[in-house]
Design a protein around this ligand. Structure first.
Ligand code: ITT
Length: 195
């Protein structure tokens, strides 16, 4: 069975391919010709809109991810606006480090949120949500992952690592995306059985 992953983010595509690798599915990238809809302020609505657009355009079951970084010291911002927090990863990270300048370690709590959505060409859809708690570092560390990973730390004390320092499998085991898509994977038999 072919499933389309409705994303333009290469980091997400790579991770979701690995997370779903054991399933009897072919995960295909979104064709260039399909346009994803503009995003609003709600992860689930954004994720469903992306999956629905891809399912309608391709005629295949489609899945999508809307995700973001919620920072306690910023009242939960940027959240669903995380991709719009700057022009590219480097400027988004620089803006975040500036915004948290002078914020004490104890107040640097944050979480990654991911809502994974599925949509069928016949108009059914649903979601699964995953969260990963951590904190914002004072400087970039590590070269793996993508996005905000170099400034987002998981684990405590000597075991603390930025997500960019984790191996791909280690990140997927604890990440918001790993949690959301493993839950979505468990829903797939029911989705494909219903007609
Ligand atoms: P698509 O909509 O095409 O999927 P996008 O990058 O615009 O791609 P989102 O709207 O969901 O995706 O924005 C998510 C933002 O949060 C984006 O800036 C990502 O880099 C960041 N982000 C999401 N998951 C992340 C992760 O696992 N590690 C680091 N940053 C992440």
């Amino acid at each position: 069975m072919q499933i389309v992953l409705a994303t333009r983010n290469a980091g997400k595509l790579r991770e979701v391919r690995t997370i779903l690798a054991g399933l009897p599915i072919g995960l295909v990238a979104l064709p260039d010709s399909v346009e994803l809809p503009p995003e609003g302020d709600d992860y689930a609505a954004n994720a469903i809109d992306k999956a629905v657009a891809a399912a309608r355009a391709t005629g295949h079951l489609a899945i999508a991810d809307d995700s973001g970084l919620e920072v306690d010291a910023l009242g939960g911002a940027p959240g669903p606006f995380s991709a719009r927090y700057g022009a590219d990863d480097a400027s988004r990270i620089a803006r975040m480090l500036d915004a948290l300048e002078g914020v004490a370690d104890a107040d640097r709590g944050a979480r990654f949120v991911c809502v994974a959505a599925w949509a069928t060409p016949d108009g059914r859809s649903g979601t699964a949500r995953g969260v990963c708690e951590g904190r914002i570092l004072r400087a970039r560390s590590g070269a793996g992952g993508f996005g905000y990973d170099p400034i987002f730390a998981v684990g405590v004390g000597a075991a603390a690592r930025s997500m960019a320092e984790l191996a791909a499998a280690e990140k997927n085991a604890v990440s918001h995306r790993g949690r959301a898509f493993r839950m979505l994977a468990a829903m797939l038999p029911g989705i494909t059985a219903a007609r």
